[in-house]
Design a protein around this ligand. Structure first.
Ligand code: SF4
Length: 67
């Protein structure tokens, strides 16, 4: 019996367009801006999220990202 085909999770799924990601503003900023660190306090979290939202607010592919 032949082995079943196992999809590779590191490869984009067929039929899904990812090219918009090339225009994402978050590609050129520190990724930590978009993710809380362990034990992050409220003040730093609010400032980090505010900056992340500012970047997203100027992103040309925000509609694609949201969908
Ligand atoms: S809207 Fe989405 S793609 Fe654009 S910067 Fe924000 S997280 Fe990245």
């Amino acid at each position: 019996m032949a082995n079943p085909v196992v999809s590779d999770p590191t490869r984009p799924q067929e039929g899904i367009q990812w090219s918009w990601c090339l225009h994402a503003r978050c590609r050129v900023v520190d990724p930590h801006l978009f993710f809380a660190s362990d034990g992050e306090h409220k003040g730093p979290r609010i400032r980090r999220e505010r900056e992340a939202k500012r970047i997203c607010g100027h992103c040309p592919v925000i509609t694609e990202c949201r969908s």
